[in-house]
Design a protein around this ligand. Sequence first.
Ligand code: ATP
Length: 327
Amino acid sequence: MNLLTVSGLKKKEGQNPILQGIDFTLQTNEKLAIVGESGAGKTTLLKLVAGLSQADEGTVMLEDKRVRGVHEKLMPGHPGIAYLSQHFELWNNYRVEEVLSYSNKLTDEASEVLYRTLHIDHLAKRKTNELSGGEKQRIAMARLLNGAPKLFILDEPFSNLDLGHKQILKRVLNDLGEQLHTTFILTSHDPLDTLAWADRIIVMKNGQIVQEGTPEEVYKQPVNEYVASLFGPFNLLNDANAQVFAALPGMKQDGKQLLVRPENFRLVAGGSQAIKGNVERVNYMGSHYEIEIRSNNQVLTVRNVGGNFQKGDEVFITITPGGGWLL
Ligand SMILES: Nc1ncnc2c1ncn2[C@@H]1O[C@H](COP(=O)(O)OP(=O)(O)OP(=O)(O)O)[C@@H](O)[C@H]1O
């Protein structure tokens, strides 16, 4: 049985359709990321799933029971679903241990494992106003997970975190999944944050699901330019450039456009299956260089380890095996 079944969910604000019919399922222990540009409808969807809002149409089922909307009961929310808002608040001026003892359903042993996993076991005696933003967030997570929810929903957990706290949160989310078998849904408007973590990714735009798949599928085989652009830079080759690769296996265009990510281009000495171009710009990116190369009236971006090129240098570009995608 699915842990969660979302069917035909629709919602309008005034005359504006915010969700236009959302269907998906989630299995126990699965980690689902919902990504999409700002305003795509991610938060609206999560609130409906958590029973914190009211759908116009459609149902949310947790196991075999319907999650009722906020107009259908006195207390908003659902006891089996924990929801961490982007704008969560912690009680001010309490000790962390006091906050965490409130409605704790776990055994002492299970709590200890949870606090260690969340990297907050050293903070028990601290006051909540003596914590960093990332620490506050992990305490808020612990408070929700103390209630032993079946499903844990996090709305934009990575926003407003500096790189250090972001790295800790990524590790924590992995460990919670692996060690405590938590079932998650999280959203992010920076999908790159979700690639390493999610089992499955749903991509939203204008209140609709535009693609659903594994991280590799949505990254390597996007259904359109919108999905491709969410996951990082890409090149869409014009006909003259795409033609160079048409004889390679699986690269015959048939009216489609050839999409290549910068890391799937390689600079080579020459050859018939290589595009000839001239270096226009070299951008230092820290771990690598992005070389902008003009060829057949378009600028292609190639990711390269070295950056020892001058403007105007003649270079040849080829595609790594399996590195092209016809869109
Ligand atoms: N209460 C409301 N009244 C009117 N419009 C709303 C309301 N809540 C959300 N919207 C609109 O619904 C759309 C979806 O909003 P939502 O917050 O779900 O998007 P999101 O994908 O979570 O965006 P973000 O990544 O910026 O958080 C937006 O256009 C927003 O302006």
